[in-house]
Design a protein around this ligand. Structure first.
Ligand code: ZN
Length: 362
């Protein structure tokens, strides 16, 4: 009886200890804390984004110390699936490395989200591209101590702001401008420009070919087997090659091809918007880009005007499977392709260049 009692006690102890052991062993990543919104979303005429209502939260955990921070869904007119551009933090004893800074309007809330998981010093910030939903908090976080890294093209773009009508925009806050820059080397696509060793991770900043913009960087976390792929791919709305910043649809196809080599089959790819994916998920996107390029080129070669090409509704086969597709997102995509198949972006000195930053002679 005594033995049996001990056995029962032993089992009880084991049972008590089990959840903790199972918890530790079964913790697999990613942990989706808050799923990205799916929509559909509609907003009334004249709606403007109420940034005071947008919350910034840890939405995905990619490893014990590599988290994603993103805004709430259903509020942001530009990004209703989740406000602003996804950002990441790697944290631990070596301080905090940030990927992008989301919108300026939510920067204090972004800092609070960071402070909910770490009180470490903000040390390094890398910008994946210039758009304000990814760099809006730059000056704020630089003043907190973060040193900003980016492609040289991004810095040039920030120093020479243009409005959409082509006139000069307001001067940037000097604190927002990247301090450490590097260039994309077309001879070595996928080669990291910077490698950092922090908090048990090895982190590569990999400059990309002109794709979403001409200043893109993707960020690889070796140990977590994660790559932040910013906006050359999206699964909410149609592709966006920001031509005023040197973006290119053909470059997006090159980017997808590079990722078939850069990523493993299980590598998690983190887009700036939409849901997390693997490299196989890039292939239908690539096929759509190739198909639309060919269709638009055929029509343009026949002398069709942009208006006629837009009216042909070439994205129809894809509309059903493209979440968040709107007339605006479709038209923007087709317009980019229409420009690119003929005369955009320009080639300067044999290199595709940002329209307002010709490649210097050398
Ligand atoms: Zn974005």
């Amino acid at each position: 009886m005594k033995k049996r009692g001990l056995l029962i006690l032993g089992t009880a102890m084991l049972m008590a200890a089990l959840p903790a052991i199972v918890g530790a062993q079964a913790q697999t990543y990613p942990v989706i804390v808050i799923p990205t919104g799916k929509g559909p979303y509609t907003f009334p005429e004249g709606y403007t984004t109420p940034f005071d209502k947008v919350e910034m939260r840890v939405t995905e955990k990619m490893s014990p110390n590599l988290f994603v921070i993103h805004g709430s869904s259903g509020l942001d007119l530009s990004h209703p699936d989740a406000s602003g551009g996804r950002m990441m933090i790697l944290f631990g004893p070596d301080g905090v490395l940030m990927v992008d800074t989301n919108n300026r309007q939510t920067q204090e809330k972004t800092l609070a989200a960071i402070r909910s998981v770490t009180d470490g010093p903000l040390k390094v910030l890398v910008n994946t591209h210039i758009h304000s939903d990814h760099t809006g908090g730059n000056a704020f976080f630089a003043r907190q101590g973060a040193v900003i890294f980016a492609q040289e093209n991004l810095r040039l773009d920030m120093l020479n702001p243009l409005r959409s009508d082509g006139t000069a925009g307001p001067a940037p806050d000097p604190a927002a401008i990247p301090v450490v820059t590097y260039r994309y080397n077309p001879a070595m696509p996928g080669e990291p420009a910077v490698t950092l060793h922090m908090n048990g991770e090895t982190v590569d900043f990999i400059p990309m070919m002109p794709s979403h913009t001409a200043g893109d960087t993707v960020v690889r976390f070796h140990k977590a087997n994660v790559i932040y792929i910013e906006d050359f791919y999206r699964n909410f709305g149609y592709p966006y090659a920001a031509q005023t910043s040197g973006g290119s649809i053909k470059g997006m196809i090159e980017a997808v091809d590079l990722f078939q080599k850069l990523a493993g089959p299980d590598t998690w790819l983190i887009p700036g918007h939409g849901t997390l994916i693997h490299k196989q998920d890039l292939l239908p996107y690539r096929a759509m880009l190739v198909d639309i390029l060919a269709r638009v080129k055929a029509l343009r070669d026949q002398g069709k005007s942009l208006k006629e090409v837009l009216a042909a509704h070439l994205t129809a086969p894809y509309d059903k499977s493209t979440q968040g597709d709107t007339q605006e997102s479709t038209d923007r995509f087709i317009t980019e392709v229409y420009d690119e198949v003929k005369d955009f972006p320009p080639v300067v000195n044999g290199k595709r260049a940002m329209p307002r930053h010709p490649v210097p002679e050398k």
